[in-house]
Write a new protein. Structure first.
Length: 167
């Protein structure tokens, strides 16, 4: 049974990493720096509801660490860790409060938490609290992207929760 869970987590980590790397290759959707879809978060939300917190944390940390190494963006590691862990902690709480029909909320609020974590690191690294003026733009884009990723995760969970793959 442990091997089956480990295999599932490894496959989902590889999927999240692959999605992350592919998304890096896509042109920016907007001229605003830092705005992206965060498609790898679909896997994180999906995992939180079907595999649980421990496997989700392992998947998230694997994607963040390997994604930083593979993309050559080692400085982005601090930003990704802060955003990812804040998002994870919020999803951990929401997992107990939401039904399977409300998973999309995790995507939206997780994206907001992710942006807050990244902005906190940006303020600390740059020593410039004035960059918080950029926060409303990130919040709007985060809510839109989080809605998309949350709905994708909810659809995937709905399709797979009753299969033998996740029992």
């Amino acid at each position: 049974m442990k091997l089956k869970r480990l295999t599932r987590a490894a496959v989902l980590a590889a999927m999240a990493l692959g999605i992350f790397i592919v998304e890096l290759q896509l042109p920016n959707l907007t001229p605003i720096p830092g705005v992206k879809l965060g498609l790898a978060n679909i896997v994180t939300v999906f995992s939180m509801f079907l595999l649980g917190p421990a496997n989700t944390l392992a998947i998230l940390l694997t994607r963040i660490l390997l994604g930083s190494l593979f993309s050559g963006q080692v400085m982005a590691l601090a930003y990704s860790l802060a955003g990812g862990l804040l998002c994870y902690l919020l999803m951990l709480l929401l997992r107990k409060l939401l039904t399977m029909k409300q998973i999309w909320v995790c995507g939206v609020l997780g994206a907001v938490a992710h942006n807050l974590g990244q902005m906190a690191v940006a303020v600390v690294v740059t020593g410039t609290p004035a960059i918080l003026v950029y926060l409303p733009v990130l919040m709007v884009s985060g809510i839109a992207a989080g809605l998309f990723t949350g709905l994708c995760a909810q659809f995937a969970v709905g399709r797979l929760e009753h299969t033998s793959l996740f029992k």
